[in-house]
Ligand binder design. Structure first.
Ligand code: 0PR
Length: 399
């Protein structure tokens, strides 16, 4: 650190040089992120409230009441306006809280949780931190196989996890079937709708026949849903909702000394941005259900367009028909790692899974970005075809 400050102009110049290495959403080359350009209005509201620390909630009784409104509005999206919960830092904190609460409420000595091999890696963190045994059901068909759940249940099972919008392909686990199993065995469900929560309900509003996944299903105890993904809120912004107040009480701690005179909220983080609550509240009110329906439809239209374009390219295999704005594909001619590397060399940021490359068609992407991507993909695959042919030719000459 310098002894003396170096002056704003120097700092800003330095920042613009250093940050030019960052990728940005406007480039149209980030096809692998579940986050997006935050809505401008939410961004400006957020920056006006940077000083607020909701870790001392009694100081921010106004912000606290906005948090209550957010939970009610999000609860309405998830078919339970009376749900309780908190605005948190994102899907990881929300998932850990849901498992923490289930563990404390169960009071079992050796608690076990059933989940799919495709569940988000935050559950591994939660299992490790909370001393939970994770009973993993291999999901080779891209979603949880509900027929394998019953066999995995033991007297120690405290919870099943279902995902609505899987990380790798944006698919929905059979949560309806899980809910029936839940009724039979009295084992509650946590739904990770971190990604899907802000798109599935709005696609359903428009007649899509996606299955139910939320509090409408009796077995669902808690839901994770992230405004900083399809909700278009600034980072960090997640939410965890519980069907009953009691679930939240099991993870609440009394802190009697806080300056505002109220105890802490029962989230994992202490000091945390009240700005995120204020901006989500503003954004939910600005967008309304219609705003999110419009965004959901436009992302889905673009996803369907991309799906058709990919399906029309010789040598491209689309993994499954998209249910929401996530698409997986691979090449029948190139190794996944080679294709990923070559697209990355062309500036594209795409997630690479063992079985496919994942594209997430977020609101920052447009039709021309999609066309630009398709052109690049055709070029990469074309070059590879020549080089693989050349290798084959050389080999056959050598023979
Ligand atoms: N649950 C699911 C189903 C998720 O997909 C994710 C994150 C989480 C929970 C955890 O959420 P937080 O990251 O908010 O804690 N899924 C994204 C992913 O793995 C996270 C992400 C977002 C990664 C943007 C990269 C990126 O650029 O793809």
């Amino acid at each position: 650190m310098n002894v003396k400050g170096i002056g704003r102009r120097n700092i800003l110049n330095s920042l613009s040089r250093r940050l030019s290495e960052d990728l940005n959403f406007k480039s149209g080359k980030i096809f692998g992120s579940m986050c997006t350009e935050p809505h401008n209005f939410a961004r400006s509201v957020y920056s006006a409230h940077l000083e607020k620390n909701i870790g001392d909630p009694g100081l921010l009784r106004g912000t606290l009441s906005l948090e209550g409104d957010c939970i009610r509005m999000i609860g309405t999206i998830l078919s339970h306006p009376k749900a309780t919960g908190h605005m948190v830092s994102g899907g990881t904190e929300a998932n850990v809280m849901a498992l923490w609460s289930a563990r404390n409420e169960s009071r079992k000595e050796k608690p076990e949780v059933i989940l799919s091999s495709l569940a988000h890696h935050s559950f591994k963190k939660a299992g490790d931190m909370l001393g939970l045994r994770l009973v993993v059901i291999p999901s080779d068909k891209h979603r949880l196989d509900a027929s394998k759940i019953t066999n995995a249940i033991t007297s120690n099972t405290i919870l099943m996890i279902g995902t609505a919008g899987t990380t790798d392909l944006g698919l929905i686990d059979p949560i309806q079937e899980m809910s029936e199993i839940s009724g039979r065995f009295q084992i509650p469900i946590h739904v990770d709708a971190s990604f899907g929560g802000f798109i599935i309900p709005f696609l359903k509003d428009h007649g899509s026949d996606l299955p139910d996944f939320d509090f409408r299903l009796k077995g669902v105890r808690s839901i994770t849903i992230d405004p900083h993904k399809m909700g278009m809120a600034p980072i960090p912004s997640g939410a965890v909702l519980f069907r009953n107040r009691r679930a939240l009480d099991t993870i609440s701690y009394d802190t009697v000394y806080l300056a505002g005179g109220l105890k802490s909220r029962g989230t994992i983080l202490g000091t945390s941005p009240g700005a995120s609550i204020v901006s989500v509240w503003s954004l939910l009110n600005l967008m309304g259900q219609e705003g999110y329906q419009k965004t959901a439809r436009s992302c889905m239209r673009l996803t369907e367009h991309l799906y058709q374009r990919l399906a029309g390219i010789d040598g491209v295999v689309v993994i499954s028909k998209p249910e929401m704005n996530v698409l997986g594909f691979r090449s029948s001619r190139m190794k996944i790692s080679d294709l990923s590397r070559q697209l990355r060399n062309k500036g594209y940021a795409i997630s690479t899974f063992p079985t496919h490359l994942r594209l997430v068609i977020m609101p920052h992407l447009t039709r021309s970005h999609v066309e630009m991507f398709i052109e690049t993909l055709i070029e990469v695959l074309g070059k590879n075809r020549h080089s693989s042919r050349a290798i084959k030719d050389r080999r056959s000459k050598a023979v």
